[in-house]
Write a protein that binds this ligand. Structure first.
Ligand code: S6P
Ligand code: ZN
Length: 185
């Protein structure tokens, strides 16, 4: 793929959209198999309408080495077996860093390096830094959609199997007063 020519991307903060548009990815509950601790609650949610859990909308910068793609993820509010709705989570196989910028709603950025986990509360204006080698998952901790902008190296790659194999170190649950992290189960 040849490098793209310079171009302007309009960042519609209110709508949480990038224009021009590249690919949009929609993840439904059925796409999150094996990720929630409560498998029966997950199955019930799939059977009960298989709701959209999150969408990822990208600008047209390709995911290839040395390019710098961006995307906006919007996670719907909800819980499954008490566990807050979240992204699948992945590791970058080439161990490259990434930044997230909170746009709307309340969320969390859970990171795990295979030994330790870290959590960053994400609000509009928060930049969450993901260092190389830390798997990352985003969580909606609020009761409205949570959106953030991600900027990442095009050659980073996305390893989803890593999370299935190693977990994320902790899980985020809804509580009466907000949310809490519990040890991985
Ligand atoms: C890409 C970046 C995000 C996620 C998106 C969805 O490196 O971290 O754009 O892809 O938030 O999460 P996931 O885990 O399904 O890719
Ligand atoms: Zn990433």
């Amino acid at each position: 793929t040849p490098p793209v020519a310079p171009f302007a991307i309009s960042f519609d903060h209110e709508a949480a959209r990038l224009e021009p548009e590249g690919p949009t990815l929609t993840r439904r509950m059925s796409d999150l198999e094996g990720l929630f601790a409560d498998h029966e609650a997950w199955q019930a949610a799939v059977a009960d309408g298989d709701p959209v859990v999150y969408r990822v909308q990208s600008s047209p910068v390709p995911e290839v080495d040395r390019e710098l793609p961006q995307s906006i993820t919007t996670i719907e509010p909800g819980t499954t077996g008490g566990e807050l709705w979240m992204t699948k989570g992945h590791q970058h196989p080439n161990h490259q860093g990434e930044i997230y910028l909170g746009l709307h709603g309340a969320g969390g950025l859970l990171m795990y390096d295979g030994t330790r986990h870290e959590w960053i509360d994400m609000a509009p204006g928060t930049i969450g830094y993901i260092p190389p080698g830390w798997a990352h998952r985003s969580v909606n901790t609020g009761d409205e959609p949570y959106s953030f902008l991600a900027v990442y190296p095009g050659g980073a790659g996305h390893d989803y199997g890593w999370v299935l194999e190693h977990g994320m170190g902790a899980r985020a649950y809804r509580t009466a007063s907000g949310h809490e992290l519990r040890p991985w189960s």
